[in-house]
Design a protein around this ligand. Structure first.
Ligand code: ATP
Ligand code: MG
Length: 440
């Protein structure tokens, strides 16, 4: 993409409506604009990041789950059956169609997926089954804030598992646990599993995945040794190895404010290992057995010929919230530095002197070559001063900057800079069409 053609309304000043860094940077780098409280338009740059995050999630979830797409609008009937039509409270947006039929904008999908399952699956032979979708949700949050971190309309990945018995359901829960560790790692995030309350979803086993960040909304108390744990190379069809990993990670003391017990914390974690900080919840696992399958009559015939309610769990990831969480963990005084896996473009070409013929020819040659190789590249081809172009490229956080100027070219080189480290190397112009190999 050429910068001259990209719809990228960047801001020089810090917008007054944004109180945290990720929100400020998303507005300044032209990723989003608010359309109504807690409801945002995703502009091209932000939308590319959102899609990249979705695709990382897909690549991992597809190994243990099947993607489908449920609607945003749901019928109130199924929510009346589960009892949550009234219980969910004011966060749920309800409305009527022209026939006075009650509908709602889904805040989550347990009821709908259970209804689909109940009408289409009858036997244990179809199990285990795990289904997910990536779809917009609406929750009329009392205090939408921090940009996409706590929106009213937000994008969620939500998966739902169906099993014949509790033992199999826990195996699925554990596979999700591992999948979440891998998903967040791919985004260069350190997500800590924390035992959680089950809240309005209900059930008796639940973990939140929390990113440590000063701007987080909840207090978190940790045994900091969990931060040093690596994710072993286990396959999803190794339930014992996965269970060992989950048991190991959940044996560390980790708690958000609602579950924290100071006495147990002090007794079980050495003083030097205690870390009290703040965190952002980016994912949530629930096992809730037959809480929804019972009222919605999602029954299956089990191996013994009995008709029983299916065992279920649900597993959410805040896809749009992750954009903010990743920025929170990857920024400096100049702006964002994207992890390569989610970056809107891998390379940014800064032509420092647009009116210089040699600079233009080389910039275009590198640009065309990268496009031919299917590598995402943004070429700043505008007639702007070098300072403006460099500052913007720093702000929007493209991982690799190619800086092409007349002084270097005279000596036969241009510069390649890593946005995160600032480390810069000189690349010989003969290597220009081999730029990917020069990444260091
Ligand atoms: P929170 O405690 O932050 O309100 P929750 O427990 O209500 O979250 P879940 O119902 O578990 O959230 O939803 C799954 C994921 O969706 C959460 O882990 C979070 O990342 C994301 N999420 C929830 N509410 C919002 C929101 N208002 N804006 C953006 N993302 C959200
Ligand atoms: Mg909530």
């Amino acid at each position: 993409m050429k910068r001259s053609q990209l719809f990228l309304p960047t801001l020089k000043e810090n917008p007054s409506e944004a109180s945290i860094i990720s929100h400020r940077l998303m507005l300044r780098s032209g990723m989003i604009r608010q359309s109504s409280s807690g409801i945002y338009t995703w502009l091209p740059l932000g939308y590319k990041v959102l899609k990249n995050i979705e695709n990382i999630i897909r690549s991992e979830q597809n190994l243990i789950s099947q993607e489908l797409l449920m609607p945003t609008i749901q019928d109130s009937e199924i929510w009346k059956k589960s009892g949550r039509f009234d219980d969910y409270g004011k966060e749920m947006l309800k409305f009527k169609d022209r026939h006075e039929h009650e509908l709602l904008y889904g805040p989550t999908n347990e009821e709908l997926i259970t209804d689909i399952f109940s009408k289409n699956v009858v036997s244990y032979k179809s199990l285990p089954m795990c289904l997910y979708h990536i779809q917009w949700k609406f929750r009329d949050e009392i205090r939408p804030r921090f940009g996409v971190m706590r929106g009213r309309e937000f994008l969620m990945k939500d998966a739902y598992s169906f099993d014949e018995n509790k033992e199999d359901a826990i195996k699925c829960y554990n596979r999700m646990f591992l999948s979440y560790l891998r998903i967040f790692k791919k985004m260069d995030l350190k997500a800590i599993p924390v035992a959680a309350d089950t809240g309005p979803i209900g059930g008796d086993l639940s973990h939140e995945f929390i990113i440590l960040a000063d701007t987080g909304e909840s207090d978190v108390y940790l045994d900091k040794n969990i931060l040093g744990e690596n994710i072993p190379n286990i396959k999803y069809d190794e339930p014992l190895a996965i269970s060992d990993l989950v048991d190991k990670l959940t044996s560390y003391y980790t708690a958000a404010d609602d579950k924290h017990n100071e006495d147990i914390y002090i007794k079980s974690v050495k003083e030097n290992d205690r870390l009290k900080t703040r965190g952002i919840e980016v994912g949530h696992l629930f096992y809730f057995g037959n809480k929804y399958s019972k009222p919605l009559e999602a029954n299956i015939t089990n191996n013994d010929g009995q008709n029983i309610p299916v065992e279920m769990g649900s597993y959410g990831i805040g896809v749009s919230r992750l954009v903010g969480a990743i920025i929170d963990a990857h920024n400096d005084d100049k702006g964002i530095y994207w992890p390569e896996s989610v970056a809107p473009y891998m390379f940014g070409i800064v032509n420092l002197r647009q009116d210089d013929n040699a600079c233009r020819v080389l910039s275009e040659s590198i640009y065309n070559n990268l496009i031919k190789s299917n590598i995402e590249v943004l070429y700043d081809d505008r007639n702007e001063g070098a300072g403006i172009k460099l500052a913007e490229m720093d702000l929007i956080g493209i991982p690799w900057q190619i800086r092409i100027g007349p002084r270097g070219l005279k000596n036969g080189y241009f510069e390649l800079m890593n946005r995160k480290t600032g480390k810069t190397i000189e690349v010989n112009v003969n290597e220009a069409n081999n730029i990917v190999k020069n990444k260091f």
